[in-house]
Design a binder for this molecule. Structure first.
Ligand code: FAD
Length: 302
């Protein structure tokens, strides 16, 4: 069996793994077929162990964060899905205004930790349902803020298990992308530089941002957030609405009635339903406005 050495290793280090694990369980869109093997790496040693077996045996690897920006094929993934947990989820104060955060930590927990320590700078990210690693990879942003603005440095490891430290400018952050999107590098730790402020002021900002999210976004349905990147000079939701597509559905995938920039899973959507709906939206928006929409969630298939 192709995974026998890996499984032997995972059992020897008591690392949790699941075979043929449906990825719909690990994405906020709730679509996606099975991964051959889904592994929860809880320490740097185990991650290096997995990487070296995968390299030796030429097995594809994919790092998953919170699966909130992923559209996974109905056929799933032939290879190893690695989720970083345990040591990789730690958050602590490194120095006065610097927080150290593992990539597996939830962004929401990082924001709350910053608040508890009266550190300002991450309020914009409150409510983004990703992991810290996924947020850095995507250069997540909202309400005028972007992750890149608070990054001090990122520790990473490549697929040959070579470690590297990158400062903010090395990360080549752009709108919803970074160096990590184009090179096979795993983020293993992140340091954020914030600034001291009043607890109440930070909390007010966070509460206001959360209230905006709750009032504008269809949070009661599974989704992958905004389905399209924002083209310069245009608003996606109103364009889709003007095409008459609000509430339009294909199979189980539907253009949200609350926010037309979101495609939601109204029940049993397949990845194909979502992709077919995306195709229809892109085509209608192109015909009516001459604008090419680009999908924001990443598509994973083998
Ligand atoms: C309701 C909703 C609202 C949202 N609102 C926003 C918003 O306001 N702003 C915004 O920017 N996004 C938003 N998103 C999208 C999403 O939450 C962000 O893009 C988030 O940063 C993705 O993080 P994740 O951990 O879920 O990444 P995943 O979806 O799991 O993965 C995304 C990419 O990151 C890579 N990755 C993850 N961890 C690592 C690591 N340690 N090392 C290397 N690569 C890694 C993965 O391989 C993948 O390529 C929203 C999504 C939803 C569902």
């Amino acid at each position: 069996m192709i995974y026998s050495n890996l499984i032997e290793y995972l059992e020897s280090v008591r690392c949790r793994y699941l075979l043929n694990e449906p990825l719909k369980k690990h994405t906020t869109m709730k679509v996606g077929g099975p991964a051959d093997i889904y592994v929860e790496a809880r320490s740097a040693e185990v991650l290096v162990g997995i990487l070296s077996i995968a390299k030796k045996e030429d097995i594809p690897i994919f790092l998953i964060g919170n699966g909130s920006n992923l559209l996974v094929s109905d056929y799933g993934f032939r290879g190893i899905i690695v989720k970083l947990e345990g040591d990789f989820s730690k958050i602590y104060i490194k120095s006065d205004d610097v927080i150290s955060c593992g990539p597996g930590a939830k962004l929401i927990d990082l924001c709350k930790f910053a608040l508890e320590n009266s550190l300002s700078g991450l309020e914009f990210a409150y409510g983004i349902p990703g992991s810290c690693g996924g947020a850095v990879y995507m250069n997540a942003g909202a309400y005028g803020g972007e992750i890149k603005n608070v990054i001090k440095k990122v520790e990473c490891i490549n697929y040959d298990s070579k470690k590297k430290i990158m400062l903010r400018d090395d990360c080549k952050f752009e709108y919803r992308k970074s160096l990590f999107s184009s090179e096979k590098i795993i983020i293993t730790n992140v340091e954020f530089t914030l600034h001291k402020s009043r607890f109440e002021t930070i909390k007010e900002k966070m509460d206001a941002i959360m209230a905006k999210r709750v009032s504008k976004q269809p949070l009661d349905f599974p989704s992958a957030g905004s389905m399209f990147k924002r083209p310069k000079g245009y608003y996606v939701g109103p364009m889709i609405e003007k095409c008459g597509l609000k509430g339009f559905s294909i199979g189980g995938a539907k253009v949200s009635e609350k926010h037309a920039g979101f495609v939601v899973n109204k029940g049993n959507a397949t990845c194909k339903d979502v992709l077919d709906l995306v195709k229809k939206i892109k085509s209608d928006v192109k015909s009516k406005f001459g604008v090419n929409l680009e999908m924001e969630p990443l598509f994973l298939s083998s």
